[in-house]
Write a protein that binds this ligand. Structure first.
Ligand code: MN
Length: 250
């Protein structure tokens, strides 16, 4: 088996090394990861600048681009063949609810899925990030990677996996939860008296609804959310289809 490992925390983050080590029993693991922290870069793709890949040690590439760039470069350039699996992580911090659209970790798994390669995004949530917690998350990644390689995933679907820190009570299949938005923008003055703004400064919380990713993690369970590439809200067709009929033609 050939496995591509990437992340959005950057090549020097402890999570990517822990993930590669955990997946080593499955076959050959190649790391292609951003050369610096690119968290919250979303699904950005570098189209108007060259990309460089620096092979730090054999099979470990640092790229001056985004996680999505890394998946592209890995699959179409750096790896000896198309990988059997792409795993992104282990992210430092959970990727839950609405936040997944900002996540470079989740976007990397999405990009692999777009290319027809099964993929997992793995994040570690909680207050602490010890070596043993990364190793626990790596164990969950190995378990799910094995299942994915054996059984495959449903079409156009990838897994967003969040592992709690501390004792793990089990694994739950979950749906995407909801973020509770607070004061997200902090306004301050710089030393020259000009205003500046800092995003994400507010309290971070979720609605802990039954069956959601945030609820499972909060309860000490590994959360596994199957995500689909198709974001269409099919339930809305019934009410929105009437709009078309009102469009003035002629
Ligand atoms: Mn990150």
């Amino acid at each position: 088996m050939l496995i591509l490992v990437t992340n959005d925390d950057g090549i020097h983050a402890p999570g990517v090394a822990a993930l590669a080590e955990s997946l080593a029993p499955l076959g050959q693991v190649v790391i292609v990861a951003p050369d610096r922290d690119r968290s919250a870069i979303g699904h950005a793709l570098t189209l108007h600048a060259p990309l460089r890949a620096d092979e730090l040690t054999p099979g470990v590439f640092a790229v001056d681009g985004t996680p999505t760039d890394c998946v592209n470069l890995g699959i179409h350039g750096l790896l000896p063949a198309t990988p059997d699996l792409v795993v992104a992580g282990i992210n430092r911090g959970a990727n839950l609810g609405d936040d997944i659209t900002y996540s470079g970790t989740v976007s990397a798994a999405m990009e692999a899925t777009l290319m027809g390669v099964p993929a997992l995004a793995v994040s570690l949530g909680g207050e602490t990030y010890t070596a043993s917690e990364y190793s626990n998350a790596g164990g969950a990644a190995l378990f799910l990677a094995r299942k994915t390689l054996q059984d495959g995933l449903p079409v156009d679907t990838f897994l967003n996996v969040n592992v709690p820190s501390g004792r793990i009570r089990g694994m739950r299949l979950t749906r995407q939860g909801r973020r509770r938005y607070a004061d997200m923008v902090v306004e301050k003055l710089d030393p020259r008296g000009r205003k500046y703004y800092w995003l994400g400064g507010g309290e971070c919380d979720f609605e802990y609804l039954d069956g959601t990713d945030c609820h499972a993690l909060h309860e000490g369970f590994i959360s596994v959310t199957p995500l689909h590439l198709d974001l269409t809200n099919f339930q809305s067709f019934e009410c929105l289809s009437l709009w078309n009929a009102d469009y003035p033609v002629g």
